[in-house]
Design a protein around this ligand. Structure first.
Ligand SMILES: C[S@@+](CC[C@H](N)C(=O)[O-])C[C@H]1O[C@@H](n2cnc3c(N)ncnc32)[C@H](O)[C@@H]1O
Length: 248
């Protein structure tokens, strides 16, 4: 799966880059996402940030530049070995975000530390995405907290993003699943949908009106889904064991 996603991103980023000089580490995001990400971090300049899913450190290089302190969570222990010396303001936490994030959120809350930015880009299963949202949104913000969720255009991840009951959380003031739209590879058998940013904004003050869950590109998403691998995969899920058996 990840190889298909990477080749999609490589095709998208195979063009003159205006970010390479400053942010030389390769990252798993499209051109649109990179520009948006840099701009957001430049504006927010978070005191404290969390990244769930670091991989090569592409998105981390931007967060680290603009945040005062970053906690980077990844299951892959080599992340710390590879990147540990590169970023002075980053603390690497190795393990499953489902275990680490709740502990970290509790510590930040108890210490009155202002968490102001989170990137969720770790476990891409429906339940993985949902659990990360649930754990991060337990935080009661001191100021404003911007949360970016990568791969909102991917149907599996999007489903996880829609499982959380945002209206029940009074500190959530804005949700947009298509803050940045994702990409689709129409060729061959892959036909996969990836990328896209969802954005959640939490504020210290409580919301007094019902919340609208925005999906500004819902029609585009649903139209492409009908042509995608994901539709076939979801329709014929019961044939998977047979397919896996035949592949052996
Ligand atoms: C798509 S990559 C992150 C890409 C990175 N944010 C970027 O843009 O350059 C996903 C990362 O999440 C990590 N990961 C997967 N499941 C995880 C989990 N349950 N907890 C923490 N990290 C996880 C993987 O090891 C991988 O490094």
């Amino acid at each position: 799966m990840i190889i298909d996603k990477q080749s999609l991103i490589n095709a998208d980023t195979n063009s003159p880059s205006f970010t390479e000089d400053e942010f030389a580490i390769d990252w798993s995001m499209t051109r649109n996402e990179r520009y948006c990400f840099i701009q957001l971090l430049q504006k927010i300049k978070p005191k404290i940030a969390i990244e769930i899913g670091t991989f090569n450190g592409g998105s981390l290089q931007v967060i680290s530049k603009y945040a005062e302190k970053v906690y980077a969570i990844d299951t892959d222990a080599s992340v710390k070995e590879r990147l540990g010396s590169k970023f002075k303001n980053v603390e690497f936490l190795i393990g499953d975000s489902k275990t680490i994030a709740p502990q970290l959120i509790q510590t930040l809350q108890e210490n009155n530390d202002p968490l102001e930015f989170v990137l969720i880009d770790g476990d891409h299963s429906t339940n993985g995405v949902y659990q990360d949202i649930k754990n991060i949104l337990n935080y009661k913000p001191k100021t404003s907290l911007h949360i970016i969720l990568h791969d909102s255009f991917n149907p599996t991840c999007r489903k996880g993003m829609k499982l959380y009951d945002y209206n029940k959380n009074e500190n959530v003031h804005y949700v947009e699943l298509d803050f940045i739209t994702g990409i689709f590879s129409p060729e061959g058998l892959k036909r996969q949908m990836w990328g896209g940013f969802a954005m959640i904004l939490m504020l210290a003050e409580k919301r007094s009106t019902p919340l609208k869950i925005n999906e500004s590109q819902k029609k585009l998403h649903n139209l492409i889904y009908l042509q995608s691998f994901h539709l076939v995969n979801n329709l014929f899920w019961f044939l998977k064991p047979l397919f896996n058996f035949l592949k052996k």
